[in-house]
Design a protein around this ligand. Sequence first.
Ligand code: ADP
Length: 353
Amino acid sequence: MTTHASFSTKKVKLQAQKVAKSYGQTQVLADLDLDVYDGELLTLLGPSGSGKTTLLQIVCGLVEPTSGRLLIDGKDETWTPVHQRDIGVVFQNYALFPHLTVEENIAFPLRMRRLPGNEINRKVKQVLEMVELGHVATRLPRALSGGQQQRIALARCLVYQPSVILMDEPLGALDRQLRETMQMEIKRIHRESGATIIFVTHDQEEALALSDRICLMNEGKIAQIGSPQEIYERPQSTFVAEFIGLSNILDGQVHGDSLHTRHGIFPLMAGGQQAGNAALVIRPEHMRLGARGNGGLEGQVSESVYAGSETRVVVTLAGGEKFIVRSSAQTPLRIGDHVSLDWDVANSRLLAV
Ligand code: ADP
C-alpha cells in the first residue's frame, strides 16, 4: 500500500475520544473513538444519516459534542472556537469570492494572517503550480470550470497549511468523469502537500479510490476502520460487506467445518468456527458459473448486464435470493438459463450474525 511517508510514523494528528452527540432523544454519535494520523487521507464513509457531517462539524467547531473530547496535536481543542482552530474546510459549493481573481482568492487567508507581501506571492505561486492553475491566476472564478473552481478552493486551503483539512463531499456537484479526474488530482495534491485530510463521502467507490484509510460509519458508530484493501477483503460484518462493493451473502448455521443452508451444505475453512447462525460472504469476482448439476448453488439467470470487459450476471435461487457473478465467458447466457454457482472456500469469508 502506498501511503505518505509521514503516515508510516503513525503520529496521531487528531483524536476524538468518546465523542457523543444527541439532539433531544436522538443520539447521532455514540462514544466515538477515532485517531487520525499525521499526513493521512482518511475518508468518513457511510449511508446518509450515519453521523459523518456531525462528526466533521464537531471537528471544525461548528457543533459542540454532548460529551467527549477532541485533541489536535495532543492539545484539548473541544471548546476552542471555530476561528481559532487550525483547520481548513473545503465545501461542495466552493464558496469562492466571485469578485476576486484566482490568485486573490488563494492569497485571502494569508492576507487575513497579515503575512508580508513577498511571502504571500511566493506561497500563492507555489500552490498554484501544485493545483496546475498558474495559467488562469488572473481570471475570475466564474470564468473557470467546476473542476478548476474546486481546485481553487483546495488551493486556498492548502496555502496556509492548516493542521487538518476537512472536505465535505467536495466532488458531489461534479459529473462522473470530472469526479474521477478530480479524485486522482486530490490524491496527487495530498501526496505532494503531505496534508492531513478528512474527506466525507457517501460514495464507496470514491472512498476506495482515494483513502489511506476508510472509517465506515453506521448509526453514529464506527462499523470498521482500515485500509481500502482491509475493508474490502476482510469485512467484519454483513453491513460492511454489503456497503463496500457488491457482496453475495449466504445465510446458514455452522456445524463443524460446514455451513448448513436451505440450499445445501457448503464447506468452510477448516477449524475454529463458532457454531450457530452465520453468513458466508463471497464477492462476485470469486463466484464461478457452471452448468446445472455441477454442485454448488442452483439457480436461474435473471439478469445479464454487459459492462465492457465483463458481463455481470444475476442468478436468482429457488428461494428468491439474488447472487451477482462477474463473468468473462464468451458465450452469453440467456435469461432463464439454469446454472450452478460455486467458489473456492479460501475466497469466502464467514461472519457471525
Ligand atoms: P450524514 O452526514 O452521515 O448524512 P448527519 O451527521 O448529517 O449524517 O446526520 C446524522 C443524524 O443526525 C441524522 O439523523 C440527522 O437527521 C440528525 N441531525 C443532524 N443535525 C441535526 C440537528 N441540528 N437537529 C436534529 N437532528 C439532527
